[in-house]
Design a protein around this ligand. Structure first.
Ligand code: FEO
Length: 405
């Protein structure tokens, strides 16, 4: 897509990746965008690059607006490959540009590129850069998303370039929140935000809350937030900051998600009375089969719901491999403020339910009971036990949810 003016003389010059479905292992069913921005001021300034596959697209957008050799400043807000792997193309076209980044970004970028001939300036929180009619303010945001990360605030335009934070992996022709909501829907946008947050930013809720408080303390007026992925928040930036604060504070839907896998359908059959028991206690329920769903989808659904039941058949005295994969991925995301339990089937020795509880406890999540297990195939009596366990679990979820209201 051609450049889009987001503020007077400030342009989106990024690229839309409609086709990507595997973003370093995280499934992106809706693709993504790599956003970068060009400010046409007395000193032409580029904020961020794009993934190398799309460097020509971004350079083409820049050429539509100016000769790239006139770029005087390049701001590197984040050095993950989806943002800097295309910087080589830019730096070759703008060899005299000064490149601004944090100290950690400089150290990291030197591992990806030979930066010995680049004019790199290290910046830290509070440093400013005058580019003519505008002043840029840099804000370090370590671990949002990597240790090197920072944001750039364009004071005169009340614009925050937020790199990964406040983004979404969603390719669309909409560049702005209001366009997306009118052509797709607000709930689709919220779902994309939660998917991104759950899979990328879940471990950093406290940092997010503190960073938003720091920005508020600095008294920065913000009427637009432009992330490096997805849509730009121009109609209502408080929508996304509010969502982030809610998620950082542990907000979740009154719902139980049942995440399971199965070998010969015994564990699968157990999900039916479990779900019915939960529903009969007035709690919404969703069922996700791991072998039929990407693990990143399961994590999103885990994150949206207050409670989770994990189900697995026993294989070789432990859980099924897809269930283990889900739990390992989830553990790395350091989940909080969720309540969990387990269920499953076995043929002789058992072990899956025991091991799931162990893993859940290691994550520090609250657990309910000892779970429910059946041998070989659930009998009518077993199905009744599942129903009762579903009801008991839902009651505990309602009690737990009340702590967050
Ligand atoms: Fe979009 Fe952390 O990279």
């Amino acid at each position: 897509m051609k450049p889009v003016e987001i503020k007077p003389d400030i342009y989106w010059v990024g690229a839309i990746d409609w086709a990507i479905r595997d973003f370093h292992g995280y499934v992106t069913p809706n693709g993504t965008t790599y956003n970068n921005y060009l400010i046409l001021d007395e000193q032409i300034t580029l904020l961020d690059a794009v993934k190398h596959d799309f460097a020509d697209v971004s350079v083409g957008n820049i050429r539509d607006l100016t000769d790239p050799s006139k770029i005087r400043n390049i701001i590197v807000n984040h050095i993950e490959n989806d943002h800097v792997s295309g910087i080589g193309a830019i730096s070759r076209l703008a060899p005299d540009a000064t490149i601004y980044m944090t100290d950690r970004a400089k150290k990291g970028l030197g591992r990806f590129f030979d930066i010995s001939k680049w004019d790199v300036r290290v910046v830290k929180t509070g440093d400013t850069l005058n580019i003519g009619r505008r002043n840029l303010l840099f804000l370090e945001t370590p671990m949002l998303h990597w240790p090197d990360s920072m944001m750039t605030y364009v004071r005169e335009d009340k614009l925050l370039i937020s790199q990964d934070a406040f983004g979404q992996h969603y390719a669309s022709s909409a560049r702005f929140d209001d366009e997306f909501i009118s052509t797709l829907s607000l709930s689709e946008l919220e779902d994309a935000v939660k998917d991104y947050y759950a899979n990328i930013l879940m471990p950093f809720g406290t940092l997010i809350r503190n960073k938003i408080a720091e920005i508020q303390k600095l008294g920065l007026e913000i009427d637009m937030i432009a992330p490096d992925h997805g849509i730009i928040w121009r109609k209502d930036p408080s929508l996304i900051t509010g969502m982030y604060l809610d998620m950082a504070d542990g907000k979740a839907d009154m719902r139980v998600v049942i995440i399971y896998d199965t070998m010969w359908h015994s564990t699968e059959h157990m999900t039916v009375p479990l779900a019915q028991g939960i529903k009969d206690e007035g709690v919404d329920v969703k069922v996700v089969k791991l072998r039929a769903s990407p693990v990143s989808f399961a994590v999103k659904e885990f994150w949206k719901a207050r409670g989770c039941l994990v189900g697995s058949p026993t294989l070789n005295n432990s859980m099924f491999p897809t269930v283990a994969e889900f739990l390992v991925y989830l553990k790395g995301l350091r989940p909080k403020n969720r309540i969990a339990g387990a269920f499953g089937s076995y043929g002789w020795g058992g072990g899956a339910v025991r091991d799931i509880y162990e893993e859940i406890k290691k994550m520090g999540l609250e657990t309910v009971g000892q779970g429910v297990q059946v041998i070989y195939k659930p009998s009518g009596e077993d199905l009744k036990r599942c129903y009762e366990f579903g009801k008991d679990f839902a009651i505990k979820v309602k009690e737990y949810q009340s702590k967050f209201q």
